[in-house]
Design a protein around this ligand. Structure first.
Ligand code: GYE
Length: 326
């Protein structure tokens, strides 16, 4: 009797198993490739040589990799950049959002919205405050270190100078490079007795760099060094010094950050003492990170870019200048 019942139970379970719908075979996990990917890129604007090289890096590399790039020019307007961000969150074609943030704050809400929409966000070129849990990674320079390098260079240039008054031309207010380069510069410059006696934003521009320096020169010519937080503002200061009858790089030492081709020309002309490099060719690393993020990989929160520094006294400056990509 028990044998009969056991046999019936086995037959019944085999029958039920045969009738039960087959377990759905799990969808094979999508492996993203560059041609599959649409990147929404929020650029700051078009404020000079560095930015032009950075934008070209994104457009050219996208074409080479065959990925779809939606390029948004924020025209150096934070409200426009936030609006563009929201647009990319809503845009069903956009898979990953890349942003070069104009300022370090103002991103909490849109980052939370992007996260809720399942869209990975990558910061390119500039960091923001906090929110590490809401973006994949930041790919860009150590701006504090760039500032430190500029301070150390200015100390060397002014080592025999009885007074060390330096004027600083800052980038746009609230921008990571403006805040951090200033912090780094003071960290090293103050160690050799440099005093920053004037500091003001000149919004990364030649025109404003010249106008701000002219205004300061009208008040006083007691300046031994000018720190331009980018090449363009330093070029403006150089023009203002010349027009005030001062010899740039001799009467007043000038150091900039970026090291674009214009800076090399100024060093070869003998009007710029040195340029701390900031690499604009970030697109290959950014797209690689975007693809990795879509394929579920975890990335370090910061992927620093590699950078150097150059001086008008460098013996091989001409050869180096000839080989530059930007
Ligand atoms: O130094 C300046 C540009 O974010 C690092 O922005 C970039 C800075 C660069 O306007 O030239």
């Amino acid at each position: 009797m028990i044998k009969r019942i056991l046999f019936l139970v086995v037959v019944a379970s085999l029958f039920l198993a045969a009738c039960a719908p087959a377990a759905p075979t799990p969808e094979p996990k999508k492996v993203w490739t560059y041609p599959d990917m649409t990147v929404g890129f929020l650029q700051t604007g078009s404020e000079g040589g560095w930015r032009a090289a950075n934008t070209a890096s994104f457009k050219e590399t996208a074409a080479q990799l065959g990925l779809n790039l939606k390029f948004y020019d924020s025209q150096n307007d934070l409200a426009k950049q936030v609006a563009g961000f929201q647009q990319f969150i809503q845009d069903p074609e956009v898979d990953v959002i890349v942003m070069s943030p104009l300022e370090v704050t103002g991103w909490d809400q849109v980052l939370a919205d992007a996260q809720a929409a399942g869209k990975p966000v990558i910061l390119s070129d500039r960091r923001i405050d906090g929110n590490e849990d809401k973006y994949v990674t930041f790919i860009g320079a150590d701006f504090v270190e760039e500032g430190r390098k500029a301070g150390t260079a200015m100390c060397e240039l002014l080592k025999d100078s009885p007074s060390k008054n330096v004027w600083e031309l800052q980038g746009n207010v609230g921008a990571a490079p403006a805040i951090d380069r200033g912090t780094g510069f003071r960290e090293t410059a103050e160690k050799c007795g440099i005093t920053v006696t004037n500091t003001q934003t000149a919004n990364w521009s030649i025109t404003e760099g010249k106008a701000v320096t002219e205004a300061w020169l009208k008040q006083s010519k007691d300046v031994q060094g000018i720190f331009g937080q980018n090449d363009e503002m330093a070029f403006g200061a150089i023009e203002a010094l010349k027009e005030a009858g001062l010899v740039p790089a001799q009467d007043v030492k000038v150091i900039s950050v970026d090291a674009t081709s214009g800076a090399f020309q100024a060093m070869l002309d003998g009007t710029l003492n040195g340029a701390i490099e900031c690499n604009p060719l970030l697109a290959p690393q950014v797209y690689e990170a975007a693809l990795a993020a879509l394929n579920g990989e975890t990335l370090p929160k910061w992927i620093p870019s590699q950078e150097s520094q150059f001086f008008m006294t460098d013996p091989n400056l001409k050869e180096v200048a000839a080989g530059r990509k930007y």
